[in-house]
Design a binder for this molecule. Sequence first.
Ligand SMILES: [Zn+2]
Length: 273
Amino acid sequence: MPELPEVETVVLSLRDQGICGRRISSVAVHWMRSVQEPSVEEFTRILKGRTIQNISRRGKFVVMGLSGGWTALVHLRMSGRLFLGRPADITKHDQVLLKLDDGRTLRFHDTRKFGRWRLTQDPETVLSKLGPEPLEPVRDFHKRLHAKSRILKPLLLDQTFIAGLGNIYVDEALWEAKIHPQRKSDSLTTSESDALLKAVRKVLKKGIRNLGTSLGHGKANFQLPDGESGRNREALNVFRQTGLPCPRCGTNIERIKVGQRSTHICPSCQRKH
Ligand SMILES: [Zn+2]
């Protein structure tokens, strides 16, 4: 599932490819449920003729600012991808197609069909529910960890606590900070909280530098809008490295379940007590 670095990579790539300033000349929706709101009919009618003024990211959402005060929010979920291509490139998994005035088409390709588009005049009703952006200054992180007594891993995956993290980068950050994923959030010392936030930023920045993590080359895996794979998989320290030596101490990486999620740890570096 695309996380903050993958979504950031998609946004930067679409921006580099000159999506801003392009006018949407026609809209086609092939999988109706890809549009969460409004109705597909309204969605198509409102989008047509609008200019894409800017594109950014908030948490795991792609945020497209459109003319006339509208915003398109795209959540890629499991397997959603955004491509800019020629009409000839269109394939059967392209669920939403926006034809642009320069002859290219913005394709929302989604094999698993969990990705969702929303078209709204008030994006804050969705975005204000998200926790802070980890790459911006995060206030009171330690205090917020202590405000709840929750198991660390599910708390870090909770988008209302901190935005943008998923399974890969949470495992990587906890390893980096040498903290066990099953620790309670209010058991962290101030220096552990600091180390954790620093680790979160480090792994996310590395992910962005490497243009995201593609776990494989299958159709459901993350790809950049130009069809390339991200390079961060080779840079992962624990995620899906079960049985391989910890790059820090040599102990074999183990896979455990935390809140039903597969979780990768070094049992020596990350102690529960
Ligand atoms: Zn280790």
